[in-house]
Each structure stands twice: as C-alpha cells, then as structure tokens.
Design a protein around this ligand. Structure first.
Ligand code: FAD
Ligand code: NDP
Length: 446
C-alpha cells in the first residue's frame, strides 16, 4: 500500500468518531487524531453536559410546582460544585466509551496538521493516508467589545467551580437562551442582552414571542435591541445606550466559527470560505477530491446528529456497500430553553414566501400548571401548504417539545398531509395530542 492508512480522520468528535469507526468496520485501515478529549464538543462542552445542567435547573421549579399537588417539600440550596463533579464523572465515563469505539482504528492523541495533501503530522510523527477527513468542529467566537477578556464563553462554564449570583449573557441564540434558563432555574439573577427584538432569530415568530414571555415570567431580565459596549474588570457591563449593569459573571454566547486555523490547509491545497469554513460538495468532498470535511467545520447545520449522519454516510460511500441517505432538508432541532422549543420544517414566514399557507395555532395552559399555578403556556403550531395540504412545518414551545417533535418530524419527512394528521387518533391526556386535534385554521399566511 503506497500510504500508511486508507483514511486519516482529523478530530475525534461526533462526526469524526462515527466516520472512523464505520470505515474501519467496512475493512479500511483507519487513523484518527484528537487533540483534546474523545467525543468532541457534544460530549465534553456541548449537548451532554448542557442537558445535564438543564435537568439540574428544573428541580427547583418542580418542587415549587408540587405544592399545588399537595406536597409541602421545601427546596434546599443547590450545590453547583457537586453538579460539576457528578457531570465530570459521567463525561469521563463517556470519554472512555468513545475511545473504545476507536478499537479498530489507530488513535493518535495530539494535534494533527497537514504537511502536504497526503501527509499529516501528529504526536511527533508524520503519517500518510490515501484519503483524509477534516472533522475539527468549531470554537466559540470571542467578542470584540472592550473588556472581552473579562468574559467567559460556553467552553468555560462547564469547568467553573462556583456559579456567581449576577450573570449577564450576551446573545440570544441557542447557547444564550439555554444558559439563561439554566442559571435562572438555579436561582441566579440573569440579564440577557441581544440586538434583535426577540430571542432566537430564524425560529418561528410565535415561538420567539412565547419564549420571551416565558423567560420574563421566570425573572430573566430581557434587554432587546441592545449590545454590549464594554465590560470592566469588576464585571460592570456598559450597553450601547450607556446603561450599566453590575454583574459577577459575563457569559458571551455570540456564535461559533470553524476551527480551521493552524491546520496546514494551505499545504494541503484545501480552500476555505466564510469564517474559515470548508466548502464541500454533496459528497462532502472539498476542492481536493481525496480530502473531505464533515460536521461543524462546514458551518451549515451545526448539530450533532448532522455531523454523525455526514460521517456515517461518507464512510459507507467510500468503503461500504453503498451510500446511506439522510434527509438534511428537514432536520428537526430543539433548543433546551425553559420551557424548551422544538421545530421541524418551515416557519410561517418561510412557508408564506412560497405561497398561501394555512396556519393552525394553539396556545394553552398545560395540565400540570392548572394545579401548579405556574404562569406557563404551551404553544403548538402547524404550517400547511394550502395547495398540497402537506404539513411543511411543526413548531412547539413547551414541556417535552423535543420529545414530541422528534416523532412529528418522521411524519413531515414522510410527506404527511394535514388530513393524515387529522385521521390519527391521539393519546389522551397529553399535550402531544393537540397536534392531531387542531381542527380550526387560525389564519392564512402568504
Ligand atoms: P466536534 O464535536 O467539535 O469535534 C471536533 C473535534 O476535533 C474536537 O474534539 C477537537 O478537539 C478536535 N480537533 C480539532 N482540531 C484538531 C486537530 N487539528 N487535531 C486533532 N483534533 C482536533 N448539538 C445538538 O445537536 N444538540 C444539542 O443539544 C447541542 N448543544 C450544544 C451545546 C453547546 C454549548 C455547544 C457548544 C454545542 C452544542 N451542539 C448541540 C452542537 C454540537 O456540539 C456540534 O454540532 C457537534 O459537536 C459537531 O460535531 P463535529 O464532529 O463536527 O465537531
Ligand atoms: P447562534 O448562532 O445560535 O447565536 C448567536 C447569537 O449571537 C445570536 O443571538 C446573534 O444575534 C448574536 N450575535 C452574533 N454576532 C453578534 C454581534 N456582533 N453583536 C451582537 N450579537 C451578535 O450561536 P450560539 O453560540 O448560541 O450556538 C452556536 C451553534 O451551536 C448553534 O447555532 C447551533 O448550531 C449549535 N448549538 C445547538 C444547540 C442545540 O441543538 N440545542 C445548543 C447550543 C448550540 P442575531 O440573532 O441578532 O444574529
């Protein structure tokens, strides 16, 4: 064999691990390099520890809610250091599982860089490969306002040993609203600073408005239409209108960018696009036909299941019996805010741009809160193409939204019509049954 390996995967995160292990399973000789911790962002500083923190943050409100059901339990103090220790033990366990998944590959622990289009330098040696997959993910963007060095980003929050009382968050994307809910649920004072009129730009407008309402009722102080001008060493935050906020912690969540600096891409002849992303074709090939890029480094749909699907499909296409297809046009997504949001398909605005659209919208107090008396609404919405009657979007704000929308996304990906939803018998009593009992059109858009 002219090369040391058939395939070299740079990055042992969601996409890289799946690609490497599937390719090895198909009989390829595979190497994979990881410079930090096996499992990547999702396992170490993303989805998994974040979701554990979301769960931790829900207990206080659940105890308060239980009073309406006859319980007289009192909520105690939350021990942040204990949460971090428990989370660390679980992540350590997952790191081991991810490393063992690499059993059929040669695993390098260290930073990998291109020396030339077929040569990688890693852990003090040079190895060659016929094909190379770049699966290096992304990193938080460091803001450019004065005093940015006094702020933390999402990578840092998972390792803090204490959680201060007054927290200012910059941004209103996925990470900002998720951590606003976590911190508020743990009893912290939260100020959310964002430049848009509503959080979560790009999501359905009814859900955005509903989330802003829910966050405000949870005590999160919203500052729409504002940006941060500066942060002092003592964490005084100055906004663009001159207002100041005294904080103990400033958390910047202003997006992520592909982690392609210092990777030797010039030596490999791989072209980059906006923010250092790597453009690929529909087979995940870069401009160099033997070099591929998958996951967040391509900066398209930056979600774990997408990175995994791309890695799996690529390994099958290159070494397996044939390509496996995932539908990446209608990827469901969830925001683990408080309450969570989940969504699949087109928003009302997107669908209306294509033509007349029937909108079915329900806003109601979920059963639990009829007794808990917590001011919380659930919002459910179906977006239906008026001509074909296909359900082209489903959106939900409310408890269990991610669990419910996962099932609805199968129906939407299968091309279900509103009539298909209507002839489905619901499960009672659930919130989910609203999706099959929405009989009256709320409005026509478009
Ligand atoms: P990554 O998982 O980032 O893996 C890249 C790996 O490559 C890293 O381990 C890195 O150390 C390594 N690496 C980089 N350069 C080199 C090099 N030169 N040599 C060796 N190793 C290298 N997505 C969801 O679907 N659901 C969620 O709930 C969710 N929550 C999130 C919460 C947070 C706070 C964040 C930040 C992200 C979240 N995401 C979530 C997004 C998700 O984590 C990413 O989409 C996913 O991890 C991307 O996988 P990847 O394989 O492309 O990259
Ligand atoms: P997002 O892209 O979701 O949000 C970025 C936020 O920063 C937006 O509110 C944006 O404002 C704001 N922003 C960007 N630049 C500026 C600026 N110069 N001045 C002021 N505000 C600015 O990024 P996140 O960091 O929250 O998350 C990164 C990605 O990670 C997500 O897009 C998602 O793909 C993934 N992720 C997924 C999760 C999940 O699946 N549950 C959870 C966490 C992350 P505006 O809206 O006005 O542009």
């Amino acid at each position: 064999m002219p090369y040391d390996f058939d395939l070299f995967v740079i990055g042992g995160g969601s996409g890289g691990v799946r690609c490497a292990r599937m390719a090895a399973g198909h009989g390829a000789k595979v190497a994979v390099a990881e410079e930090a911790a096996w499992g990547g962002t999702c396992v170490n500083v993303g989805c998994v520890p974040k979701k554990l923190m979301v769960m931790a943050s829900e207990y206080g409100a659940n105890v308060a809610d239980s009073h309406g059901f006859g319980w007289n339990t009192q909520s105690g103090q939350h021990d942040w250091a204990a949460l971090i220790a428990a989370k660390d033990a679980e992540i350590y366990r997952l790191n081991g599982i991810y490393k063992r998944l690499m059993a059929n590959c040669t695993a390098f622990e260290g930073r990998a860089r291109f020396i030339d289009p077929h040569t990688i330098e890693v852990a003090g040696q040079q190895v060659t490969a016929a094909r190379i997959v770049i699966a290096v993910g992304g990193r938080p963007i460091i803001p450019d306002f004065a005093g940015a060095e006094h702020c933390i980003v999402s990578d840092d929050v998972f390792h803090m040993q204490t959680l201060p009382q007054r927290i200012t968050i910059a941004g209103s994307g996925f990470i900002a609203v998720e951590f606003a809910g976590i911190f508020a649920g743990l009893g912290r004072q939260v100020d959310l600073i964002y430049r848009a009129d509503l959080p979560l730009r790009g999501f359905d407008e009814d859900l955005r408005a509903g989330l802003a309402e829910a966050m405000a009722s949870q005590g999160i102080r919203l500052h729409p239409g504002r940006t941060i001008s500066s942060v002092s060493a003592t964490k005084t935050v100055t906004l663009d209108n001159g207002d100041t906020l005294e904080s103990d912690l400033v958390f910047s969540a202003l997006g992520r960018k592909p982690y392609t600096g210092d990777l030797g891409l010039d030596a490999a002849g791989v072209k980059t696009g906006g923010m250092g992303s790597i453009p690929v074709d529909e087979t995940n090939a870069t401009n160099q036909p033997h070099i591929y890029a998958i996951g967040d480094v391509t900066n398209r749909i930056n979600l774990t299941p997408v990175a995994i699907a791309e890695g799996h499909a690529l390994a099958d296409r290159l070494y397996g019996p044939g390509p496996r297809h995932w539908n990446l046009d209608r990827v469901a997504a969830a925001v683990f805010s408080s309450p969570p949001i989940a969504t699949v398909g087109l928003t009302e605005i997107e669908a209306a741009a294509n033509g007349p659209t029937d909108i079915y919208l329900e806003k109601f107090t979920p059963m639990r809160h009829t007794l808990s008396k917590r001011a919380r609404k659930t919002i459910m919405k179906l977006v239906v193409d008026q001509v074909t009657q296909k359900v082209v979007g489903a959106h939900m704000l409310g408890e269990d939204a991610p669990e419910i929308i996962q099932g609805i996304s199968i129906a939407i990906n299968a091309g279900a019509t509103k009539a298909d939803f209507d002839r489905t018998v619901g499960i009672h009593p659930t919130a989910a049954e609203e999706f099959v009992t929405m009989r009256t059109r709320t409005r026509v858009a478009g």
